[in-house]
Design a protein around this ligand. Sequence first.
Ligand SMILES: [Zn+2]
Length: 700
Amino acid sequence: MGKLTIVFFSLIMIFSCKDKVGDSAGSQQEIISNKDYAANLDNGKGILNNTHSPHVKLRSIDMGDCKWTEGFWADKFKITEEKMIPYMRTLLTGETGHALNNFKIAAGLKEGEHKGMHWHDGDFYKFMEAAMYVYAQNGDEKLLKELDEYIDIIGKAQEEDGYLQTQIQLRDNLSRYENRKYHEMYNSGHLMTSACIHYRITGQTNFLDIAVKHADLLYSLFMTDDERYGRFGFNQTQIMGLVEMYRTTKDKRYLELAEQFINNRGKYEVAETPETKGYPIGDMVQERTPLRESDEAVGHAVLALYYYAGAADVYAETGEQALIDALDKLWMNVTLKKMYVTGAVGQTHYGASTNRDKIEEGFIDEYMMPNMTAYNETCANITNSMFSYRLLGVHGESKYADIMEKVLYNSALSGINIEGDRYYYANPLRVIHGSRDYEKMNTEFPTRQAYLDCFCCPPNLVRTIAQASGWAYSLADNGVAVNLYGGNVLETKLLDGSKIKLTQETKYPWDGAVKITIEESKEAPFDMLLRIPDWAEGSTLAINGRDTGVSVVPGEFAKVNRAWKKGDVIQLNMPMDVNFVEGNDRIEEVRNQVAIQRGPIVYCVESADLPKDASILDVYIKGDPTKLKAAYQPNFLGGVTSLTGEVLLRKEDDKKGSMYNKMQKPDWKSYRTTFVPYFAWSNRNGGEEGEMTVFLPVVW
Ligand SMILES: [Zn+2]
């Protein structure tokens, strides 16, 4: 072979390996294996490796470049490190969770059978990802070693041609890709994402090797026109995973395949086939309308938002106008017409779409926002913030980070208790004794649970908390955007390669004062973009004690361009008034009710703060938010600012139990109560069911 030929081959680094796939499917596609991919890897280390993405305005910082130092997120990170990860490890690597066991059995290292949901492999990859983010912060070598052990087992479980799905491999009666309900795509997506993150954080390719082999198999099957595979894109984390695979390996086939999964939605007749049997079809899985023609978020909320988030990743690479136009419409539809005040999404457990398709755990009509029966799966809320994080990058507008923050502080954190070892799957805004028959429900519980058989939410939440420092800042063309506030140190490089170091000191979200000190930076001018949250009216911004003259507008980034020097101090002050928030007139469920918000935190009132005989439905609030007093309590619920104030309690005997009753003038009793952050509810009942409401009726 001549020298040129060798160069040519090493350049394309793609050759055929004669593996055959599609055992039950009958067809025999050739797998094009990217075996020499390691020579061509990208060295970006962002959560999204969008450093070179052509259609991105704000790019991810490298993982580990921002470290929490004090305050809210530093505390949450510490709990993640010390409790959430170790506790979850015990669950998933032991008999309760059985997730690692599934891989061991598939690897021939253990006897036994598959246990857990079809998506259990994916949930284990998410747990691994969470551990990776912790490693990126603390450099604990034990975590790395542990991950290597898991990867070794996972590698042994993988089949020769790259297939890796223990829920299928361990069940004799199931074959590959016979029915989309077995969640193979979901597991594949988390495998690829987790492997990319592992490579970026460690520089090792042991996990990535597995993912490449797997992605090559997916390409060989799903890039074909085989109709049986056409509708497989389902709970589509594989789109995000494939785009990260493309960004990591620069192999364009992965991007091509990611796009194929988008193009296939809405292309086929919505009718039951052997591949769709046993799970709702149509809007439920976003297959009735092609994405580029969609303007309404439909179906299962987690499925929808993973899909939209993946499509935003594809747009970041392709810049296709029709795609981003649709995604913008969908984001507006979600956040302006289908989202709760907590950032939660997925209004119902059971319902229908406007096309009359059956919907589970998902979106229903615009402005139809039940409180008690709201589903609001922790995953859906998190996915809402993941979609927003991607659009923040694409558009560079702060309104997307407002949603990320709203979700993080409210409907994400409500999924876990203060100690870090109990989980909620559904996150309704009101809970009342006796209103729900929990016996009949599989994912709604009166209290947070030590383990959930359907374990998608817990590792999703733990990885989100663990990676929040990576969301806190983005890199702009010539500067840094501050997306999230919290005590931290940022040590990174601007896109021109110059070093920058900042410290951020703040007691946010309990206090609105943020002090950012420039510790090191280049001499030439660059931008500091400071997110002014949409609720933060009256915020002020000063540099070295002087007003900057730049416009400070809630819902936008305040942009300060100057030649920064060591010791420069940025002071942002966001007023932390207590506000009442009312719903749009079209939300019937909250007419003449208000939610209480202070800064980004949404409050609630719960049984623990009411007289024993009072129901949450007896509580009415007086129409003046300024009468509520805020006080930080370091030893309460992990350290929170609670609100105290007077409410009116309506006597139980004023009400009768019929469907409709003649009403008497209520006999009010004044009561002084405490309001706690919504995320911290149900932490004081000692395992007993309590009542809670976010929205309260107002007495003017
Ligand atoms: Zn979930």
